[in-house]
Design a protein around this ligand. Structure first.
Ligand code: CTP
Length: 434
């Protein structure tokens, strides 16, 4: 087996797909190796039409192959992805993006993409028509939804005489994005079990109708993906989430608030091991449900009278989590429970009104709920729901206030885990091998 670099050397897989810009990947490779990264190059067959294997082998110091049937005893199709700290694909052609978006595994690069649990960075390069085509744009959205980082292609001279968006960003720009992706992903949740709830619950009214809300589950998915990339085992309790679930996440699909409640409690109290280390309630459970569920569809009466729907209040799961922790661990000390108490995080979608500002309402809610952290979104005027980007304030029960500026939901997800790690009373060494 080929020797790896020292354990502290960041391991990067450089995927190269078949485009004229493949020659620029050789410069990126140089920047990575000279700054102390151990780089394995995984070209596609067509990339080798542009730049041959000897160039990649000489510059990386490692053997290069494109398919999964070479060096089978080393299981490279699994090992490369599993061991990488970063996978960067430059150039990422329309074909490679499509194969990645559809989860194909027909060469070593796509196998590596499927086994990687580290950040994945795509640097697309192609002709403008291919870049702007709805198929490519759809694939980009799918990849971004799963947490893949996708660089915007540069605007400029393309292969022939034409110009436009689709040009591979300069190697220095891709290198800077690689450094950012590596720096932004500590493995500080390695060996931890975290539970995240996502999406909006639906409370049935009759066989065809329900009371629901507009939560898409995007923020919960971003939290799950971020926790996986930081090394956690993640259970995602997903209420009616239709978006793709990030790789490496255990999903428990639920519909109603009662189902969400049961799934969250049993994931947190995990009968197969110690209780979870953290629980983040990013879901929007319905506060109320219809008092009665009609067996058959509620019909119009044709006399103009509308039916009256009586509601009953649902249990507050976040509050229950805090109460259960208190009962199990009365003086909040690890000595009284099988493990350190889980860090409990709530979300609050707030609007300001005549009784107070968003932050005033949120501070009161943090106190009322008794959780450790409250992530506060200002939802006045259609903000946040279903959007790719967000901004928030993370309030901590110890008075710390962290503002997370407007940006991808992934950034907020990492800020939440940063705050969880700061609050946690976990021992320094995580309980591994759960
Ligand atoms: N939550 C919960 N169980 C519920 C309702 C909400 O666990 N039945 C959680 C949410 O997942 C979120 C937090 O509580 O983390 C805040 O939800 P929110 O609806 O804002 O709280 P409420 O107490 O319902 O406050 P409000 O009076 O503003 O509706």
């Amino acid at each position: 087996m080929e020797p790896d670099g020292p354990a502290s050397t960041p391991r990067v897989v450089l995927g190269v797909s078949g485009g004229i810009a493949a020659y620029k990947a050789a410069l990126l490779l140089r920047l990575l190796t000279e700054s102390g990264h151990d780089v394995r190059v995984v070209p596609t067959e067509s990339a080798l039409e542009f730049v041959g294997a000897p160039t990649w082998e000489a510059l990386s110091g490692h053997r290069v192959s494109t398919d999964v049937f070479e060096n089978v005893h080393e299981v490279p199709h699994v090992r490369l992805g599993q061991q990488a700290d970063l996978v960067v694909v430059a150039p990422a052609t329309a074909n490679t993006l499509a194969r990645a978006a559809h989860g194909l595994a027909d060469d070593l690069l796509t196998n590596t993409l499927l086994t990687a649990r580290c950040p994945v960075l795509m640097a697309p390069a192609m002709h403008t028509e291919m870049w702007t085509h709805p198929s490519t744009q759809h694939n980009i959205r799918v990849l971004k939804d799963r947490g893949t980082l996708v660089l915007e292609p540069a605007d400029g001279r393309l292969t022939g005489s034409d110009t436009g968006p689709g040009r591979l960003p300069e190697p220095e720009a891709i290198f800077a994005a690689c450094q950012h992706a590596l720096a932004a992903r500590p493995r500080d949740l390695a060996g931890r079990h975290v539970v995240v709830s996502a999406g909006g619950t639906r409370e049935p009214l009759d066989p065809v109708r329900f009371l629901g809300n507009r939560s898409s589950g995007r923020q919960g998915l971003a939290l799950a993906e971020a926790a996986v990339s930081r090394g956690a085992r993640v259970t995602l309790v997903a209420a009616n989430v239709e978006l793709p679930v990030p790789a490496g996440v255990e999903v428990v699909p639920v519909g109603t608030t009662e189902q969400l409640r049961q799934a969250v409690h049993s994931a947190v109290e995990d009968s197969s091991g110690p209780p979870a280390d953290a629980v983040v309630m990013a879901a929007a459970p319905a506060d109320f449900r219809p008092a009665d569920l009609a067996d058959s569809k509620i019909k119009k009466t044709h006399d103009g009278a509308a039916p009256t729907i009586s509601l009953v209040e649902n249990p507050d799961i976040l509050l229950e989590l805090v109460q259960r922790r208190r009962t199990k661990n009365p003086d909040h000390s690890p000595a009284h429970s099988p493990g350190p108490p889980p860090v409990i995080v709530g979300f609050a979608a707030e609007t300001g009104d005549e009784r107070g500002s968003v932050l005033e309402h949120a501070t009161a809610k943090l106190e009322r709920k008794g959780c450790d952290l409250l992530v506060v979104n200002d939802v006045s005027g259609d903000r946040v729901f279903g959007q790719q980007e967000t901004e928030a304030v993370i309030l901590s029960a110890d008075g710390e206030v962290a503002r997370v500026g407007h940006g991808p939901k992934q950034d907020l997800a990492h800020a939440v885990w940063d705050a969880v790690v700061r609050r946690a009373e976990w021992p320094h060494e995580p309980a591994v091998d759960r």
